[in-house]
Structures are given as structure tokens and as C-alpha cells.
Design a protein around this ligand. Structure first.
Ligand code: PLP
Length: 421
């Protein structure tokens, strides 16, 4: 069995500060100009740019290793199988999973959370059971549970976001009871940037006999994740938010849970035996990976994880923390701008509104200065309602961003304000 220590990839790296000037050369997309300005890419919570090592690995795989995995006995198929299973082991190391076979390779976070909803939740929820989510969830961690509740007669309950713009374990526990079967929550909010107290909420959920599913979409590129330390039962993430290819990601779940879960798709690769009378299923994770897997994507994801792990989490986190401190000061200097959430709680994501200027106008105008940010409801409409807004603007950082990027954003926002107010 393939095993890879997350800390093994981690501990030797990251003792030096991040050499951002050097590593920016790894990202060819940063070399372009947009509307005559150098690109300032601050939409990393939507998706991240890809390093050349990932792009080259994907191109090389398509050029010469383009076999199908777990299918044929020829060399190309062997290489594809090797790439797929190496990727699984690399994801296991990223999450500090107990073993690679606890990792189901998926199309991303949405895909992974829907798998839990349509397999574990559809099988285990009964009328009157409760699923607890929080008010700040991305729709990907809301809609699947809403549907499953409708289908099973279970009830969806919601932990409110507190006035300080975070979610507190006490507020979560106040909504747990004997019927709580699952708590589904984000590791880091894609709007407020706050990290939820996942380990503490998990501990309390387990005391109530509930399982915990974590949406790690906004965490994995910015902090070391240790599913064993968190104690959670399911963890989902997307490769494209971690400098990997789109259409990749994973669901981690404890082995005994995966073993008890039925597959949600039938087809090649997920069976043990098939006859017209009866089909038996392969053990997990293959049981959940029907059809031809995204081998090249998984290979690219493995390279992306390798890239980030080689930088080291402590250096990466120190860099992104510095950017956030700088951003909070820079945004405070823009007249009429209000930052959402609380200082000191934001992780690589800072959202804001500007008086009387629609966020889409802000986004369009800063784009004219080459600055890419996200505007809209961020697939978190209930949170927008809680904040009393219809939409907001969001800047989000990655390892290649600089203080100059933040200054360019603040300058572009000042221009936008001059134009529109
Ligand atoms: N969860 C959170 C917190 C997100 O920010 C996102 C994407 O923005 C998702 C889930 C969905 O990710 P994907 O579209 O890659 O499946």
C-alpha cells in the first residue's frame, strides 16, 4: 500500500520566508497584461493559477502517458494507473489521511459533498433526523443537504453567524440534539475568510452521536490540514483552488464509513462481479469512481500538491498573513469602503462593499486596471441575507500575491470610487 507522510513533505521545507519574486516566475499566467496593465490576480478563492510544473506535467501526460487506468496490461495503462494511485497517496499526505484508500478522487468539492449526501445521507437519514449546517455555507454545502432532507424527511437546521462574523462552537452545540445525524460546515468561509472551530464542533457533534462533513475548499491551499487531528468524518476539497487542474478534487472519509456506503453511480471500474442477476461492488475507493477516471487531472493535482508542500506551510501562512494585514490597512484607506467580518479572523479572503456602488461595477472598473477580483453573492446567498446585502466584492490571496498587488487593488478602488460616486 502506498503511504506518504504529510509531515515528511512538510518539515524540511518552509523554514525560509517565501521567495515570492522567484516563485512568481513559476506561474506563466502572471506574465500577461490585462487592459494594458500587468495582471494582478486576486480571485484565488474562485480558482488559482497553475504553476508551470503542473502545466508541463499535464501536457507530458497527454503527450505520452495517455492510457486508461486500472484497465489494460500494456505499459501506458500501467503508467496511468501509477499516476492515479500516486495522486491518491499524495492527497492522503496532504490531508494526513490514515491511508490512501480513504481518498475518493472526485471532480471537486461539489462532487465530493454530493457524494456524501446521495450515498451516506440518503441511506442513513430517517424522518425527523437533523442535519446541521451553518449560515455561511457555500451553496455546495447547503443544496445537497436540503435535497437529501426533502428526500428523507430529515430536517435542515442552521447555526447562525454571530455578530463578530464567525461561527461559534457554543452556537452550534445549542442546535445539536439526539436527532442530529450530521454536521456539515466549511473549514474556512469563502466570503468572510474566518476559520470555523472544526475540531471543537466535531468533538461536540460526536458527543451527540453525529458525524461531521467538512468543506475544505477554502482551506487546503492556505493551511496544513490534518483530518485525524480535526477528528472529522468527511473532508472535501477542489484541486483547482490548490493550483491543480479543474475537474479534480477529493473526498476523504474514514474507511469504515466508506465501506458501509453504497455507490451512487454504476459502471466500469466500480464492480467486483457483474451478471444479469446480480452485481457486487469493488471495495472503496474504486466503488465510488465509476467510469474512466480523470487520470491526467489527478496527476496534475498530485504535482500541484507537491509544489505547495515543497514551499512549506509555515512560510506560506506567514506570507498570506502579512498580505492580509497589509490589505486590511490598505482597504481601510479607501473612502466609503466597508470590510465585512472582523479583523484578525480573515484567512486569505477579504470581502467588502462600497457605499452606493454596486459590486459588479467595482469589479468591472478594477478589471480595467488589470485587477481581477470576484463580485456577486459568492454562492452564499443566505450569508448575504444575514449581512444585509445582495452582493459584495472579494479579494482573495495566494502564494504568488504581493503587497504591490494589494496596493494596486486599493488604487484601482480609489479610481472606481472617483468614477462612480
Ligand atoms: N465550498 C466553498 C467554501 C467554496 O468556496 C467553493 C467554491 O468556490 C465550493 C465549495 C465549490 O467548489 P467547486 O466549485 O470547486 O466544487
Amino acid at each position: 500500500m502506498l503511504r506518504m507522510s504529510r509531515s515528511g513533505a512538510d518539515e524540511t521545507a518552509g523554514t525560509e520566508p517565501l521567495d515570492v519574486v522567484r516563485l512568481r516566475h513559476d506561474f506563466p499566467a502572471l506574465e500577461q497584461r490585462v487592459h494594458g496593465h500587468p495582471l494582478v490576480y486576486l480571485d484565488n478563492a474562485a480558482t488559482t493559477l497553475k504553476p508551470r510544473s503542473v502545466i508541463d506535467a499535464v501536457a507530458a501526460a497527454y503527450a505520452s502517458d495517455s492510457g486508461n487506468a486500472h484497465r489494460s496490461v500494456h505499459a501506458l495503462s500501467g503508467r496511468a494507473t501509477q499516476q492515479l494511485e500516486t495522486a491518491r497517496a499524495r492527497v492522503a499526505s496532504l490531508l494526513n489521511a490514515g491511508e490512501p484508500d480513504e481518498v475518493v478522487l472526485t471532480g471537486g468539492t461539489t462532487d465530493a459533498l454530493n457524494l456524501v449526501a446521495s450515498s451516506w445521507a440518503r441511506t442513513n437519514l430517517r424522518p425527523g433526523d437533523e442535519v446541521l449546517i451553518t449560515e455561511l455555507e457555500h451553496h455546495a454545502n447547503l443544496v445537497p443537504w436540503q435535497w437529501t432532507c426533502e428526500q428523507t424527511g430529515a430536517r435542515l437546521r442552521v447555526v447562525p453567524v454571530s455578530d463578530d462574523g464567525t461561527v461559534h462552537a457554543d452556537d452550534a452545540e445549542a442546535r445539536m440534539g439526539p436527532r442530529t445525524r450530521l454536521v456539515a460546515l466549511a473549514h474556512v468561509s469563502n466570503v468572510l475568510g474566518c476559520a470555523l472551530p472544526v475540531a471543537e464542533i466535531t468533538r461536540r457533534a460526536h458527543e451527540h452521536g453525529a458525524l461531521v462533513a467538512v468543506d475544505g475548499a477554502q482551506a487546503v491551499a492556505h493551511r496544513p490540514v490534518d483530518v485525524q487531528a480535526l477528528g472529522c468524518d468527511f473532508y472535501a476539497f477542489s484541486g483547482h483552488k490548490l493550483h491543480g487542474p479543474t475537474g479534480t478534487g477529493a473526498l476523504w472519509a474514514r474507511r469504515e464509513l466508506l465501506e458501509a456506503m453504497p455507490p451512487t453511480q454504476g459502471g466500469g471500474g466500480m464492480v467486483a462481479s457483474v451478471s444479469f442477476e446480480r452485481t457486487t461492488f469493488a471495495p472503496p475507493p474504486q466503488r465510488f469512481e465509476a467510469g474512466t477516471p480523470h487520470v491526467v487531472g489527478a496527476h496534475g493535482l498530485a504535482c500541484a500538491i507537491e509544489y505547495v508542500q515543497a514551499l512549506g506551510w509555515s512560510a506560506l501562512r506567514a506570507h498570506e498573513r502579512d498580505l492580509m494585514v497589509h490589505a486590511e490597512a490598505a482597504l481601510a484607506s479607501v473612502d466609503g469602503l466597508q470590510v465585512l467580518g472582523s479583523p484578525g479572523t480573515r484567512n486569505s479572503v477579504v470581502s467588502f462593499v462600497m457605499d452606493s456602488i454596486h459590486p459588479h461595477d467595482i469589479g468591472t472598473l478594477v478589471d480595467r486596471h488589470g485587477v481581477a477580483i470576484r463580485t456577486g453573492h459568492h454562492c452564499a446567498q443566505p450569508l448575504m441575507k444575514r449581512l444585509g446585502i445582495g452582493a459584495c466584492a472579494r479579494a482573495s490571496f495566494a502564494l504568488y500575491n504581493t503587497r504591490q498587488d494589494v496596493d494596486a487593488l486599493a488604487e484601482a478602488l480609489r479610481h472606481a470610487r472617483e468614477r462612480l460616486s
